[in-house]
Design a protein. Structure first.
Ligand code: NAI
Length: 346
């Protein structure tokens, strides 16, 4: 449930003593001084199950991570926030020991975002290198943590990093691609069309996280299932193009940051709830056997060890069956690109 974000807590004074006792998790945000990183760090620092947040970014970040940490360290929540600045010309693994040791959840919005006219794929080489530095350090200092990769292109970077974990003898299911923003957008767009509250809508979005691989399954949510079939293709397309809508509206000054931070915190809060003992579902992009592709996003139950159950895709109508084929054809190529990178670099 999306109220796990606890934003309403801001409005009500609360008894700190009671809530401090339940704070048990250490969370790291890599790229935490960036457009997504800052609001995401803020939302995770406001999660009352979090005892410590590491904000990591590079030395030349627009704002020093120590500044973000000092700022967020004044919020009246249990979390202690600590900043870490690293030199990108040196291996991350040599610099992140204190930052990552003891982490339960690592969220990675570090990387370069899209500019108008760019696809997520254009970002691959630079961002895969950044992700690799962080993930290698996680393998060494917090191998049991769930790593939520936000850095694009998720479709290729997740297979590459999961392969890196496999090569090190670690569990590839610790590597999870965050696709929650696609769900959030689908829910909101359905709410706008139907006049229902978005809090009552939960559209599963399966496949991957780019273009046609983003596949909202409108037939599986009771509210979106009432939308007439002739309106579905445009709604499907708008969900796929939600990121581009923001990139264009920001006119070269960034991509989706605030809605992504919200979605990253939605994902992170669900993972922490699972780790705390309440199994919680969210669609996410993981190593998978639910289709013939080795990586796929479908509903995942997060439990005390992270990914607990990967659910099948359920019943699709004929439009969705056609879309699944289209999504899989494209996703297959993007997975291969990630696996090729892993072969050469990991
Ligand atoms: P941004 O440029 O505002 O922030 C990125 C941050 O990463 C910067 O502070 C930068 O200094 C930092 N960084 C660069 N190299 C680093 C390194 N080696 N270690 C640690 N930090 C490093 O970009 P923004 O808008 O926050 O986007 C970040 C990433 O998230 C991009 O790859 C973007 O495409 C992706 N994204 C993913 C979405 C999703 O749904 N999964 C949605 C929107 C964006």
């Amino acid at each position: 449930n999306r109220h796990l974000l606890q934003a309403p807590r801001m409005l009500a004074r609360h008894a700190p003593a009671a809530s401090f006792a339940s704070a048990q998790f250490k969370v790291c945000i890599n790229g935490g001084a960036g457009g997504i990183g800052q609001p995401l760090t803020m939302l995770m620092a406001m999660n009352e199950s979090v005892k410590e947040v590491s904000v990591q970014d590079v030395t030349m970040a627009a704002v020093p991570p120590a500044g973000v940490a000092a700022d967020l360290g004044h919020l009246e929540f249990p979390s202690k926030v600590v900043g870490y600045a690293t030199d990108p010309s040196k291996p991350a693994v040599d610099q992140l020991e204190e930052c990552l040791t003891g982490c339960h959840l690592v969220l990675v919005p570090a990387g370069v975002p899209r500019k108008p006219g760019m696809t997520r794929d254009d970002l691959f080489n630079v961002n895969a290198g950044i992700a690799k530095g962080v993930v290698e350090a996680c393998a060494k200092f917090c191998p049991d943590a769930v790593i939520g990769l936000i850095v694009n292109p998720v479709n290729s970077i997740v297979p590459a990093m999961a392969q890196l974990y496999k090569n090190k003898g670690l569990d590839p299911l610790k590597i999870v691609g965050v696709t929650s923003l696609d769900i959030v957008r689908a829910n909101k767009f359905v709410a706008e069309i139907t006049g229902k509250s978005p809090t009552e809508i939960e559209v599963p979005v399966i496949g991957g996280h780019a273009g046609v691989t983003i596949m909202p399954v409108f037939s599986q949510d009771p509210t979106s299932a009432t939308i007439s079939a002739d309106k579905i293709p445009a709604l499907d397309k708008r969900t796929q193009d939600g990121g581009t809508e923001v990139v264009e509206a920001k006119a070269g000054k960034g991509s989706a940051t605030l809605s992504m931070a919200y979605s990253g915190a939605r994902f992170g809060s669900k993972v922490l709830k699972g780790l705390a003992g309440t199994p919680t579902d969210e669609c996410a992009y993981v190593a998978s056997t639910v289709t013939e592709l080795p990586y796929f996003s479908s509903k995942v139950t997060f439990g005390t060890k992270g990914v607990e159950t990967i659910h099948g895709i359920g019943t699709l109508n004929s439009y969705e069956q056609g879309r699944l084929k289209e999504a899989m054809d494209q996703l297959s190529k993007e997975i291969d690109k990630g696996l090729e990178y892993a072969k050469a670099n990991c």
